[in-house]
Design a protein around this ligand. Sequence first.
Ligand SMILES: Cc1cc2nc3c(=O)[nH]c(=O)nc-3n(C[C@H](O)[C@H](O)[C@H](O)COP(=O)(O)O)c2cc1C
Length: 218
Amino acid sequence: MDIKHYMLQRFTAKKYNPAKKIPEPIINQLVDLLRYTPTSINSQPYHFIIASTEEGKQRVAISMNKEGLIYNKNKVDQASHTIVICSKTDMDEAYIRKLIDQEYHDGRHNPNMTKEELINLYIDYMNLHKIEHLDLQAWMAKQCYIALGNLLLGASLANIDASPIEGFDPKILDAQFNLKEKGFTSVLVITLGYHTEDDYNAKQPKSRFSKEELFTFC
Ligand SMILES: Cc1cc2nc3c(=O)[nH]c(=O)nc-3n(C[C@H](O)[C@H](O)[C@H](O)COP(=O)(O)O)c2cc1C
């Protein structure tokens, strides 16, 4: 497989064809791809909203209905699907216990540790961010961006156009879906669909810093 082909084929779509809908089997694969995202200590501190109905998409689009963000609204209006990646707002021992219970249920365990030792190890790791670095929310949001990277490459593999979007008002989006009450906050919006012929971004060359600047090979 030529990975470069799929990296270069993808671009941030600016204009979608509202008549073209993504087939359900492809959406199901992208949903699986999100679900299998690797995260630090397998923490999965997120929730995904998949909006495909007009009503669902409008609930997301409202968060872009203001100056400075309105340029993103047409993407949600016209794209086939819109995904919101929400990060947890807190993490505690009960969540870690639920996580390890799931791992044990799935037959996944570290042969060198008891279940309780593993729980304590994960709690220590959580507390490294929660108490020592005071960056728990940022750490959980970082895990959302891993899902984003997966999704963008996966969408390209499936010949689906996508737009990663940070330009929305998280307060408005959180209120639309009562996210705060559920222990989440919106971090990223991604629109998915098929670009129009006149989407100027489809024809733009890629622009990135040189390999020399970006990499150290040693
Ligand atoms: C986290 C993230 C947030 C972004 N937010 C927006 C956005 O709000 N609106 C938009 O049109 N593009 C947005 N972009 C697209 C970037 O501008 C784009 O990825 C970058 O210019 C590289 O171009 P390419 O995606 O076409 O390769 C975002 C990209 C990322 C990764």
